[in-house]
Design a protein around this ligand. Structure first.
Ligand SMILES: Nc1ncnc2c1ncn2[C@@H]1O[C@H](COP(=O)(O)OP(=O)(O)O)[C@@H](O)[C@H]1O
Ligand SMILES: [Mg+2]
Length: 356
């Protein structure tokens, strides 16, 4: 694998009466072919990092190499390697859709003879061929974002750097942008995009970096982040406990669950368990002094939540062992499922609740 973006000890300070540290010693490597999600709350330092990467802003300390070129020493080579999509569209009054692309083609010194075919191809790619003669300001926000994306491709750069490409879009337009990014990655582009919308990251990114207060708080593949940040898996179990004819259900139930809990707590990888009693003889009902109904059901359901550390195979072994062991305590397993831990939870955990 080849590193295509290398952020090295990057610091950006702004001076506004006081020093604002927008980026604080950031180190990050993006490999060629990655779809890299740069995730963080508002004010985390994403735009500052991106603007430095695109040579639009000077770093206070540190450097970024893009395709081996330093933003500080070789800005022109960096600009050739990068297609940049800003977080706002700008004003292009009176420009037609094709003229907009033609204008940027001219900026990149693409010969007029080549521009026509190129513009047609790009409009086709972003599904805007039918709007080529329309004014730019008549487009919806989603269409403007797609046109903006087409513009980043005009000089066929290796890397696309996109600042919040999906922000302000309705769900459908967001999905369209995502699909377009996947398509571009398939065409061989490396994609680095910032977002505070976590669904974008979970769906399409091969790598994720979480930034907060100008520092990288976690990075890796979505799966790696999950393992590091949320090592405990949460498994929900449900049992039925059957009553012996000559045994009061409550006593029977308490003994079953006590014995079984003790066994489960000692099982390798089990961090802790929580028993959620079900039915009339629940802890909650008892603590509230609620009267027990005269006739208890002939069986009761017992729910447990187990926090467990282990890989998928360990979970599978736990399931098999549980199912057979439960019988010894007159419990029969009827449900076993794991909570899905989504990227949102990882993000909340990684950013320590500082997210607003
Ligand atoms: N030109 C500027 N002058 C002063 N402070 C700025 C400037 N640009 C950004 N900041 C501050 O730097 C921090 C990071 O901002 P930014 O890079 O825009 O983060 P993000 O894109 O993650 O929201 C914020 O506290 C912001 O207020
Ligand atoms: Mg920003």
């Amino acid at each position: 694998m080849t590193a295509i973006i290398e952020i090295k000890g990057l610091t950006k300070q702004y001076f506004q009466g006081r020093v604002i540290k927008a980026v604080d010693g950031l180190n990050l490597i993006v490999q060629e072919g990655d779809i890299f999600g740069f995730v963080g709350p508002n004010g985390a330092g994403k735009t500052s990092t991106i603007r430095i990467m695109c040579t639009l802003l000077e770093a206070t300390h540190g450097d970024i190499l893009v395709a081996g070129h330093s933003v500080h020493r070789e800005p022109i080579a960096v600009r050739k390697a990068i297609g940049y999509m800003p977080d706002f569209f700008g004003v292009y009054n009176d420009m037609l859709v094709w003229e907009y692309l033609d204008f940027f083609g001219a900026c990149y010194e693409i010969p007029p003879a080549n521009r026509k075919g190129l513009i047609n191809d790009l409009l086709e790619l972003v599904d805007l061929s039918h709007r080529r003669e329309d004014r730019v300001e008549s487009l919806s926000r989603g269409m403007k974002q797609r046109l903006s994306l087409a513009r980043t491709l005009i000089h066929d750069p290796q890397v696309l750097v996109l600042d919040e490409p999906a922000s302000g879009l309705d769900p459908r337009a967001r999905v369209e942008i995502r699909q377009l990014l996947v398509e571009l990655a398939r065409m061989g582009k490396t994609i680095f995009f910032s977002t505070h919308i976590l669904a974008d990251v979970a769906e399409i990114c091969t790598k994720v970096g979480i930034i907060e207060g100008g520092r990288l708080v976690a990075s890796g593949s979505p799966e790696q982040l999950q393992q590091v940040i949320l090592p405990h898996r949460q498994i929900h179990l449900e049992f039925v406990s059957s009553s012996d004819k000559d045994d009061a259900l409550e006593n029977h139930y308490d003994r079953s669950i006590e014995g079984f809990s003790a066994w489960l707590k000692a099982y390798p990888g089990v961090m802790n368990i929580e028993v959620l009693h079900n039915g009339a003889n629940s802890d909650k009902a008892k603590s509230e002094g609620a009267a027990r109904p005269d006739s208890l059901p002939a069986y009761t359901r017992i729910r447990l939540v187990v926090r467990f550390t282990g890989d998928d195979f360990s979970v599978s072994r736990l399931l098999q062992t549980l199912a057979s062991q439960a019988g010894q305590y007159n419990l029969a397993l009827i449900q076993f499922h794991e909570d899905s831990r989504d990227i949102e939870e990882i993000f909340m955990q990684a950013t320590k609740g500082l997210v607003t």
